[in-house]
Design a protein around this ligand. Sequence first.
Ligand code: 5GP
Ligand code: MN
Length: 343
Amino acid sequence: MNEREYKEVKELLSSKKNIVLVPHRNPDGDAIGASLAMYHYLQNTGHNVTVIAPNDYPSFLKWMPKSKDVLKFDMQNRQSKRAIDEASIVFLLDFNALHRVGSDMENTLKDFEGTFIMIDHHQQPDAIAKYLFSDTSICSTCQMVYHFLENIDAVDSIDTSIATSLYTGIMTDTGSFRFASTTSTTHRIIADLIDKGANNALIHNNVYDTNSYSRLQLLGCALSNLKVEETLKTAYITLTQQELDEFNYQKGDTEGVVNYALSLNGVIFAVIFIEDVEQKIVKISFRSKGSFSVNKFAREHFNGGGHDNAAGGRSEISLNETVSKFLDILPNYKTELLNSYEA
Ligand code: 5GP
Ligand code: MN
């Protein structure tokens, strides 16, 4: 977005509107954080605002201010469709293509005739939004929401709820400020958010230290399934549906597990394959260190995408076949894998 467009958006938001905020399907801390931050800001400035998530999200995000107001499109379908129908502005937050909300919601949004505003840090955004704020170099959509507020002269309106929401999203998308995407600007924004009321220790506790016993047991199972392809600097984890059931899998329980594989000394490419019998797919998460692009790998072979160092994908063959396919492809990337990262 250029200066003129920010002026137009500011003008658009200067009178009361019906506004809908949409994060991607299976929303994470960044998507929910960005949605709730904008929800608070737009409500505080007099708009009629609805957050509609395509589906539910993990319980470790449900403590967030006004999380209870979030509609789930799959569960509260009629109410959600009405809100979209009545809206004149829809914000698309933390995703780059309409299909990332799932086919039902995608069909509803395709018919929307008002103004789309997209704020997102994924590569190759679809040209669907009248106003597009896209920057793949920024660690999180929540940091982009902060810049968006800066650009419409609204940073002084950041209250405790907005600060808490933005802090949460920046924290979760940067692996607690440790990924390479974390810059000095990120830290300056984080400092400002603490000054504006974000309780950093409490937020970390609410997100990371509220595990159930069964979630830790499931982590133990995942770690015991960890395999290493040492000559290719790769490690991967599998979880079958039976294992998920055994440990009473709840949404979000596998989030972050793939990072354990990436934490092995010498490993620069980590993958987790998770069987989903209901959807008849294997959900895959890819992570890397250095120049090896998992976005490219996921796009080329597993129907997915994301960022250079964190991407997702899916496979419609069995878990065992998916792993075999992966192991067959992997040697083709030997040079890239070995040259990706010097520890
Ligand atoms: P995760 O592995 O945590 O599900 O996702 C990592 C990153 O890849 C996130 O930024 C997420 O938005 C993106 N991502 C995950 N799954 C998919 C997918 O199926 N398609 C695309 N294009 N991106 C994905
Ligand atoms: Mn994000």
